[in-house]
Design a protein around this ligand. Sequence first.
Ligand code: GLP
Length: 242
Amino acid sequence: MKIILTDSYEEMSRRAAKLFAAQLTLRPDSVLGLATGSTPLGLYGELARLCAAGEADFSKARSVNLDEYVGLAETHPQSYRHFMDEHLFSRVNVARENTYLPDGAAKDLDAACSAYDRRIRELGGIDLQLLGLGHDGHIGFNEPGDCFVPGTHVVALTERTIDANARFFASRDEVPRRAITMGIGQILQARRIVLLVSGADKAEILYKAVRGPVTPHLPASVLQLHADVTLIGDRAALEKLI
Ligand code: GLP
């Protein structure tokens, strides 16, 4: 794992944006694996800036997001589709029809999971996957468990994740209890992975993920098995690692 230490959240975001812009220069029709949460907001802002300056071109890019809540319509302000439209897709020159998220509003969730697996396969797999890190070590919405699940699946969110995400909703009761997430197999099949981690509250779990045993009880630890992971973190998050 390559580790890039940055002095601030802003620098972390700029470094990550450069990687994404370079990926699109090398391969304009790249399949980008994208993430939600607070961590990538700076990166998305920076990509919008680079795009406006003509330094990043999304015109041929395709994207697949890691996850989506179950039961929220696309138009719900807290759906991940809405988040992505607001924070990235409306601010860069990507064609919206080339952006994909799991269909969390589907009546048949199993069919929605299979359709998402098929979609990723048909796109030719993911060239560059962005990941954040949950406080319990989750990636996407792959929560700690007894085994790694390879493909797209429905998950029950842990109480900790519900607590963490409650800040985006009017009340904790409104946080969906389930989500659809890409599986660990799909994440590992991405050709390159960028893991972004910021803040002292992630330092301990990040340390365990990178230096501890590989275990489904800490899903991010599986990244130790991937040949091309770049961890970009600020000083607070990397404190225990360096
Ligand atoms: C959510 C998302 C994850 C994200 C995590 C951390 O649970 N499904 O993809 O990495 O939150 O979010 P944050 O970056 O806000 O700490």
